[in-house]
Design a protein around this ligand. Sequence first.
Ligand code: NBP
Length: 472
Amino acid sequence: MLKSHFGLIGLGVMGENLVLNAERNGFSSAVYNRTCSKTEEFLRGRGQGKNIQGATDLQDFVGKLERPRRILIMVKAGAAVDAVIDQLSLFLEKGDLLIDGGNSDYQDTESRVKRLEGKNLGFIGMGVSGGARGALEGPSMMPGGTKASYLAVESLLTRMAAQVEDGPCVTYIGPGGSGHLVKTVHNGIEYGIEQILAEAYDLMKRIKGMKGDQIADILAQWNSTEELSSYLVEITEVCLRTKDSLDGADLVEKIMDKAGQKGTGLWTVVTALQLGAAVPTIYAALNSRVMSSMKSQRIAAESSLKGPAVKDCDLGSSSDAMSPLMDAVVLSCVASYAQGMELLRIASSSLDYSLHMPSIAQIWKGGCIIRSRLLKRIQDAFNTDPQPVNLMMDSWFVYQVNQRLPGLMKVVAGAAEAGVPVPCFSSTLDYINSYRTGRLPQNLVQAMRDCFGSHTYQRLDKDGSFHTEWLS
Ligand code: NBP
């Protein structure tokens, strides 16, 4: 049998769809999965009649690939990736190239790139976004590693990727673990937008008493606007319209209100804290998932900790697309992107990644979970100024903030009076209010620190470090 162009290890949801994508684009493929029965099942099912051959062990798999070998690893992130690399390395030869397409920690990727490039093997750490469907039809891909390794797989990746008006949704991200860092931050932004839409749903449901279809109608209106047209708004509308086949009621109302928060969302926040980047909207989304997991405590507290009775407030009406609520959603989404981009800008400089911000916005415009029309505005902003201090200072975004801030304030105030939690909306409001305040109260924090710990402080009116004997 002829040797295959491309190899894939890990026939999970993503691997299966990615190999079908590669094959459809003209790359004959070989596949291997730790549990052999899955490989057989795949070849008898979706892989049947395709230019895809199966392998029973890693030596057999490597032997089926043309040289230099190009192998995509799609297994669970963490120890499984190292296990696969270690076993596979025994059979690889100089010039062969591995791509880890899972959601790996960018610091693990940093060390894998060094370890494998040191053995004359190429290694790319690549974020892949788009879920099962994106993997099959065209995902957004974020490959990092050496430029030489990227060039060796560029034609494969550009053909597999989603396409938008200005090109494929893949580009060389940068050295080391940069591809996985960018994917991590992509997922942090995704956490933010998901929570923002959940808060909007909760307010419409609890304060206005709206049902799934009525809320979905509002989302359909939002999805037709430049500011909110996006994949996540689109699928949220679908989720809200879906009925339970058992009784025809809204299916979302039957789903347990608990969400996990390990992996990329957590890493986004930890990395931001380590690098000194402010990501309060994204952090609020992560924290909301933590709070959601305390289901039994929340049920117990419901009867003891008394808040106000839920009462009406001005969220707008269906005839104006719930205008103040839309303002809150738009500004919170803008804040999620702005915070994620700011984190990437700071990481790029701290880690020497030389990230090209307009290209990152460009490859997120299609294929991935956070794709949206807003990303065109973000791309334009970074094309105008590749290193803006903050996306919100671009003229189009300045206009959005100034127009929509009163709406966001109204919604946060109304939610507070009604006792309904809106962590992303309120964090966004604090973020914007802090960012636009020339003098914050940290002068008093510095005074306290000097008072109890002689930490010294700086003055506005003269240079140097100062200490006062506050308690004498
Ligand atoms: P999973 O994350 O569920 O991983 C399943 C695959 O990992 C199977 O092929 C399994 O083999 C293999 N595997 C495991 Br688990 N431990 C292994 C080990 N020690 N050695 C060899 N193989 C091992 O699959 P997935 O959802 O397709 O995700 C793959 C990667 O892509 C993950 O890092 C994920 O975070 C990332 N990702 C997922 C999505 C998504 O929407 N699902 C999107 C973007 C990225 P087995 O069959 O023998 O158990």
